[in-house]
Design a protein around this ligand. Structure first.
Ligand code: SF4
Ligand code: ZN
Length: 323
């Protein structure tokens, strides 16, 4: 097969559009879509200057998604002195998985001369995910604990570094999985949050002190294309999956989506197009509630924002320590 643009050997065919692209044109097409998404979502504060730049914290796990994100952000904004980028890596304490991906993070950050911070569940919370999985006091899937801990650290550290934006490497597959999970679980309030958290509301939300706007610049790019880009650009990405990934409900949805996408190319894109519209409608109905900050206070133990006396992370940690 030949590239539609230049006639050289194609490295991929985009199933949904049918177009064939060579290495160069494929990589350019990925970069173009990511940049378009950044422009649409990540409004740079016009008041940002080299003297008083914006801080962007990038969640860098060392997997292909966050490595590709960090690379493209550096290519695009590395020279822009109105933006200061900092990569944050979280070590969950999963034997045989995270150590190597941390090496990939260190290598990439060094190569890009980007500030890099490493934090771990063990140092922050006194537990490793391996212990949590063994004890499992709440009888939940590993990711149910891990997700709460990760969010707490990402938000806590983004706050500590005075981040103006928090950027993560979620790709199209991740986003379509989340959308389906929320629909299958019938969780309309969660769907409304997708709209509330979407970056269109940046300016308004940024007025609220404790809200750090989020951006997912890879959310239009299918997972396979992110992987191919990482490989072609020879980025130091770590490819092993977390051993707990397939245990989760998400793993089931992932397989379902792969099958659907194979038989009906374009499914992920159409799920997301419909989901965004749905989220807007849901936000109209639940916006006030999902957005309601009136009954939010500080956790009695750690101070993080919560609607109860003690936050979910602290409650989980208590039950783990009680074992
Ligand atoms: Fe944590 Fe689950 Fe991700 Fe593994 S797959 S790192 S357990 S959230
Ligand atoms: Zn707490």
């Amino acid at each position: 097969m030949e590239c539609d643009k230049c006639g050289r050997d194609a490295v991929m065919q985009a199933a949904h559009s049918g177009s064939h692209l060579c290495e160069t044109h494929f990589c350019r097409s990925v970069e173009k879509r990511v940049r378009r998404r950044i422009r649409a979502d990540t409004l740079l504060d016009p008041k940002a200057t080299p003297e008083s730049p914006e801080t962007w914290v990038i969640g860098l796990s060392g997997g292909k998604d966050s490595v590709v994100l960090t690379h493209i952000l550096d290519e695009t904004f590395g020279q822009d002195r109105r933006i200061e980028m900092l990569a944050l890596t979280i070590h969950e304490g999963i034997e045989g998985y995270r150590d190597e991906s941390v090496d990939a993070c260190i290598e990439l950050a060094a190569e890009l001369e980007m500030r890099h911070e490493l934090v771990s569940y063990e140092e922050e919370f006194g537990v490793r995910m391996d212990d949590v999985v063994e004890e499992n006091p709440e009888n939940m899937a590993p990711c149910a604990y891990c997700g709460v801990f990760r969010r707490d650290l990402l938000e806590g550290y983004a706050d500590k570094y005075n981040a103006d934006k928090l950027l993560t490497g979620h790709n199209l597959d991740d986003e379509a999985q989340t959308a389906l999970m929320n629909i299958f679980e019938g969780d309309v309030k969660q769907i409304a949050k997708h709209f509330d958290a979407s970056i269109g509301d940046f300016e308004e939300r940024a007025e609220q002190d404790d809200f750090i706007p989020r951006a997912k610049p890879l959310r239009d790019i299918p997972e396979k294309e992110v992987a191919l880009y990482a490989q072609l650009m020879e980025l130091p990405a770590h490819i092993t999956e977390c051993p707990h990934a397939s245990e989760a409900y998400r793993g089931e949805i992932q397989k379902l989506l792969w099958n659907l996408e194979e038989n009906h190319p374009g499914t992920r894109h159409s799920i997301m197009a419909g989901y965004e519209e749905l989220a807007e409608l849901a936000a109209d109905r639940y916006g006030g509630e999902s957005d309601d900050t009136s009954d939010l206070g500080g956790c009695e133990q750690c101070g993080s924002t919560t609607s109860s006396d003690v936050c979910r992370k602290c409650r989980l940690l208590e039950s783990i320590q009680a074992v």
